[in-house]
Design a protein around this ligand. Structure first.
Ligand code: GLU
Length: 289
């Protein structure tokens, strides 16, 4: 089977060191497998979007020599596909409206109690939509993490596929799009391990074979917080592309040659593709950089 990988940033901020790790890891894994490497901008949540971030992310990837294959896909252009799937599930009784509030869920220990399952609430713009959990996934095998267990309650929950504010849920969009784009393997940060069970269960519900998963160690700052847009991580500076690339490659476990930085960015990436192997990834899941 031909390898198809992807990098799927959300434009809620600029590219930071943590997202560069996900971009590079997925790029090396795709290119070392003679595969295609796609980009999908996950602009599902306009209120959390930073104006100009999508363009900036793409420019930064180019400045780091990370050339993608094919056209960039934007989730904001794909609403009709998500809605069509939800409508089908509503029609055949696989999904239902739910009016439980965040407060009720919090009072139930953070889990949805299943209260609206049998209520047959009529369609409403103000209700969330949940999918009946038909294929719970309690564990999966990760190419780097090995066997990963998912907490039982999480695995069995009827999760939300459309939020009460009308936004499509990340899990639904990611799986529909990975299927549509022919993705064969997902390489991303270990912060997304938990939703993976739900995503695999969606593949089963959709009658598709799940992709393989590889969750990379997470870069943490020295206060022990992961690099993320929410934690206001510093955007990476394309003017320091070579030294940043070296830091990111060292993070990914490469043993770089002494004069590495004397090559061009393209040569550095080619060397990385040639020397990439997932066994070299650090065993720890969180690494302070
Ligand atoms: N858009 C997600 C993020 O930026 C990544 C989704 C994925 O790789 O599945 O965190």
């Amino acid at each position: 089977m031909n390898y198809v990988g992807r990098f799927a940033p959300s434009p809620s901020g600029l590219l930071h060191f943590g997202s560069l790790i996900a971009a590079l890891g997925s790029y090396f894994q795709a290119k070392a497998n003679q595969g295609r490497w796609l980009i999908r901008i996950e602009d599902l949540d306009p209120p959390r979007e930073m104006p100009g971030a999508s363009t900036h992310i793409l420019q930064t990837l180019e400045q780091f020599g990370l050339e993608w294959d094919g056209e960039v896909v934007y989730q904001s252009q794909r609403h009709a596909h998500y809605q069509a799937q939800i409508d089908e599930w509503l029609k055949n009784g696989q999904a239902y409206y739910c009016q439980c509030t965040r407060k009720q869920i919090k009072a139930n220990g953070g889990f949805y109690s299943g209260l609206c399952r049998q209520r047959a609430l009529p369609p409403s713009q103000h209700h969330a939509i949940r999918l009946f959990m038909q294929n719970p996934v309690e564990s999966f095998s990760d190419l780097h993490q090995g066997n990963v267990s998912i907490p039982k309650q999480l695995a069995h929950e009827d999760f939300i596929i459309k939020r009460r504010d009308g936004l499509f849920a990340y899990n639904l969009a990611v799986v529909i799009d990975d299927i549509a784009q022919g993705v064969t393997e997902v390489v991303r940060g270990a912060d997304l391990i938990e939703p993976t069970g739900r995503q695999i269960s969606l593949y089963h519900t959709l009658g598709q074979s799940p992709v393989r998963y590889l969750h990379l160690p997470l870069a943490m700052d020295d206060s022990g917080k992961k690099f993320s847009k929410q934690n206001h991580a510093q955007p990476i500076d394309p003017n320091k592309a070579k030294s940043t690339l070296m830091r990111a490659m060292t993070f990914l476990g490469f043993d770089l040659p002494k004069n590495f930085q004397s090559g061009t960015i393209e040569q550095m990436l080619q060397w990385g593709i040639h020397h990439w192997c997932i066994q070299q990834l650090p065993a720890e899941n969180h690494i302070i950089v």
